[in-house]
Design a protein. Structure first.
Length: 412
């Protein structure tokens, strides 16, 4: 079943298969004991040798053995030159945004994880960075925004003149999140990355929802890939984490590492260990979760009180063809819009047995959320929308549960 991963999507894949790497990456046996599972190193400081040299570890904020294993594993999975682990997904996005110099711009999708939007809008203006929000799936809107950050018009083939002229002005950043949250819009990663790079911008992709099992943005032309490892990598709703991985060594990589060490938002040894442990089973979990999401999406499409199902695996989804090209599976997140508006949606979210009414995603347990309420007064999310994170329960039980909660919401 999980061999369906590593299929045909545009991105190259490493050899051996990711399913194998997920088990073995960062997993070398402990040199002292031969322990097959990684030790959890909690030490904050490391003794020097007699000659005063260190063993590669000095102080745990700078580098620590269990975190190093996690970073190695995440870099291998992403096909990255390296990775820096953070204490949460937002610590990771903050480090990426902080690469932007004053006077630059962040081009941000208008449908995206709400916390990333709040972080950008709250923090970046203080650093002299303008946040420009647009529909990243609208090519004309993106080209117009890119024309303003680059002197020469962007050229999808990576026009060197455009890059040279852009080098004299502060470098901007294009942020991709696909599928978007919570409306599941599909952005063409390779196309946006090519246009953005031609305009001299840094391209970063928040690939939390896909994980490397589904899409590998660095192979599609992005400079940086960011994850909230709190979600599918951890997979059990019991650890916060984030990562930034980079395509190549150089200025961006050094900048991220600097912000990790000097910003100090690093994961503990125990957190790093939980994330490594989670990653071993990520391919199996995610395969089951994607199967469940597809089954639920199909069942909900047939439900009389559901007006729309937003899931890129459905042929009726506007991004389906692109998703089929760029994703190995269609993911385990979906949104549904129910008839009866906000009140009916709120009743459904309170009325399920197996789907917990909670925020977050990616864990083994299914969650349902009335997203507009959670996102607050500035939310542009439709009021009748419910976002569902599909866990590893039996899809049949989840379909029965959701279907009857919707029926009850309409009966009473
Ligand atoms: C959860 C999430 C984040 C934020 O990560 P935290 O670990 O909660 O800080 C960022 N992006 C996406 C897409 C997410 O789902």
């Amino acid at each position: 079943m999980p061999s369906e991963f590593n299929a045909t999507s545009g991105a190259e894949r490493p050899s051996p298969d990711l399913q194998t790497l997920a088990v073995h990456a960062g997993q070398h046996h402990d040199p002292e004991t031969g322990a097959v599972a990684p030790p959890i190193h909690l030490a904050t400081t490391f003794a020097r040798r007699d000659d005063g040299s260190d063993r590669g570890y000095v102080y745990a904020r700078e580098n620590a053995p269990t975190r190093e294993r996690l970073e190695e594993a995440l870099a291998v999975m992403e096909g990255a030159a390296g990775a820096a682990a953070f204490a949460s997904g937002l610590a990771a996005t903050n480090a990426a945004f902080d690469l932007l110099p004053p006077g630059s711009r962040l081009l941000l999708p208008d449908d995206r994880y709400v916390g990333v939007g709040n972080q950008a809008r709250t923090i970046l203006p203080h650093r002299g960075i303008e946040v420009v929000e647009l529909d990243m799936t609208d090519r004309a809107a993106l080209d117009a925004a890119l024309a303003e950050v680059s002197e020469a018009p962007p050229d999808a083939d990576g026009n060197a003149d455009a890059r040279a002229s852009a080098a004299s002005r502060p470098r901007s950043m294009v942020w991709i999140e696909t599928p978007s949250n919570p409306q599941l819009r599909i952005t063409d990663v390779a196309d946006v990355a090519a246009r953005a790079r031609a305009a001299g911008a840094i391209v970063a992709c928040d690939a939390t929802w896909c994980t490397p099992m589904i899409t590998r943005p660095l192979n599609l032309g992005c400079d940086l890939v960011v994850h909230s490892t709190t979600k599918y990598v951890g997979g059990h709703s019991d650890v916060l984490g984030g990562v930034v991985a980079w395509r190549e060594a150089g200025e961006l990589a050094d900048g991220i590492r600097e912000r990790q060490i000097l910003g100090g938002a690093v994961p503990s040894g125990f957190d790093a260990w939980l994330l490594l442990r989670g990653m071993r089973t990520m391919p199996l979990r995610l395969a089951a979760q994607c199967d469940g999401a597809m089954a639920i999406a199909e069942a909900m499409q047939a439900h009389p009180h559901v007006s729309r199902v937003l899931y890129p695996g459905l042929p009726t989804h506007p991004g389906h063809a692109l998703a089929a090209r760029q994703m190995d599976r269609f993911g385990a997140m979906l949104s549904i819009r129910v008839r009866g508006g906000e009140d009916a949606a709120a009743r459904v979210a309170r009325g399920t047995r197996w789907l917990a009414p909670a925020t977050s995603l990616g864990g083994v347990e299914s969650l349902i959320e009335h997203r507009a309420v959670v996102e607050g007064p500035t939310s542009r999310t439709p009021r009748d929308l419910l976002r569902i994170s599909v866990g590893i329960e039996s899809p049949r039980d989840l379909i029965d549960d959701l279907g009857s909660a919707i029926d009850r919401a309409h009966a009473g």
